[in-house]
Design a protein around this ligand. Structure first.
Ligand SMILES: NC(=O)C1=CN([C@@H]2O[C@H](COP(=O)(O)OP(=O)(O)OC[C@H]3O[C@@H](n4cnc5c(N)ncnc54)[C@H](OP(=O)(O)O)[C@@H]3O)[C@@H](O)[C@H]2O)C=CC1
Ligand SMILES: CC(C)(CO)C(=O)C(=O)O
Length: 304
């Protein structure tokens, strides 16, 4: 399978390297700075699932250099997505499908509008990963799930091909037939988890120590469920309870990637995640007072 990874950061490098390990032909489509870093330091995974180094990965800095692609894994941050469009258009014109693994939901319809509905597969990931100062991946969770699934009936073959690749690669790949629901469930969880940890500037353990603080996360979960319903996606009550149970049982020092970015002074996906929920709520006439308050609290930290 010919795979292009656009956004060879933590997620893109991780899954790209795992696909290579599983036998795929992988090209990393990167910008100049990252190209130089990879040329010097290679792509290296430090992972509880097994370390892995790719010494001479295929790199491109322009999609025009890439002859064929079956699938493009899009793993940039939400605020960088518009900057990938020209490359994505070039690759989809050559027949590639696009699999975004960003957190959030608005990017799905954005990409469908820009690239056509048949091109965009639904995707998300559960993993905790970051890049160190050498650009090497530090994978710190014992999970590395890649959930994907067809949003259009024309995408069955490509999803089955990806499922087969995941069986060979060291990745927990899940070909879901309810990918839109899975996207909304992840969006619900991450809006609450990233919102409360970033706003309080605390890991989940200390948030749990204060009922009134934890309650804000619970209320965001409920608001997101109501929002999903307004967009015809019914998240079962049990799934919201499971999201709450996850927040209750995560290790004391666990925190969101947005909160980690706040600690490092990096830009945050506030507009993409909480901002996106508020835009959708306004359009649907749904009130989200807890989400709106948390959005206001984290907005000042959005820019690096
Ligand atoms: N990290 C995690 O544990 C998890 C992250 N996510 C989600 O996954 C998405 C990606 O996150 P993450 O991997 O952490 O992000 P990173 O910041 O680690 O990586 C993003 C990469 O995208 C690159 N990039 C940006 N614009 C372009 C472009 N036009 N062309 C090529 N490359 C580009 C950046 O490169 P450059 O160096 O050039 O700026 C950077 O290396 C986010 O939506 C995040 O919320 C979801 C689950 C877990
Ligand atoms: C919750 C987690 C770690 C799951 O992958 C995540 O998506 C994030 O923090 O951005």
């Amino acid at each position: 399978m010919n795979i292009v990874v656009i956004g060879a950061g933590a997620l893109g490098s991780y899954f790209g390297a795992r696909f290579l390990e599983g036998g795929a032909n992988v090209t990393f489509l990167v910008r100049e700075r990252r190209a130089k870093q990879i040329e010097k330091n290679h792509i290296k995974l430090n992972s509880p699932s097994g370390d892995y180094t790719v010494t001479n990965p295929k790199i491109a800095t322009d999609a025009a250099e890439i002859e064929t692609a079956d699938l493009v894994l899009v793993s940039v941050k939400g605020y960088h997505l518009p900057g990938t469009l020209a490359d994505l258009k070039t690759l989809t014109k050559k027949g590639a499908h696009v699999l975004p693994v960003l957190n959030g939901i608005e990017h799905i319809s954005y990409l469908q509008d820009q690239l056509g509905k048949d091109a965009v597969i639904g995707g998300l990931s559960f993993i905790i990963a970051t890049l160190d100062e050498n650009g090497h991946v530090i994978h710190s969770s014992d999970f590395h799930d890649l959930v994907f699934g067809q949003l259009e009936p024309t995408q069955t073959t490509i999803c089955n091909q990806l499922e087969n690749l995941c069986h060979k690669a060291n990745v927990n790949g899940i070909n879901s037939d309810t990918i839109l629901l899975e996207l909304w469930k992840k969006y619900t969880f991450i809006t609450a988890f990233s919102g409360i940890t970033t706003a309080a500037n605390l890991p989940i353990g200390e948030i749990r120590d204060h009922d009134s603080t934890f309650r804000i996360a619970e209320m965001i979960l409920q608001e997101m469920r109501t929002l999903a319903k307004a967009y015809n996606v019914e998240i079962p009550g049990d799934d919201v309870e499971m999201a709450k149970a996850k927040l209750l049982h995560l290790p004391e020092d666990a925190t969101s990637s947005m909160h980690q970015d706040r600690r490092k002074g990096l830009p945050l996906e506030v507009d993409h995640l909480q901002g996106g929920a508020l835009r959708l709520s306004k359009a649907a006439g749904v009130e989200m007072p807890y989400t709106e308050t948390v959005y206001g609290l984290i907005k000042p930290f959005e820019k690096a």
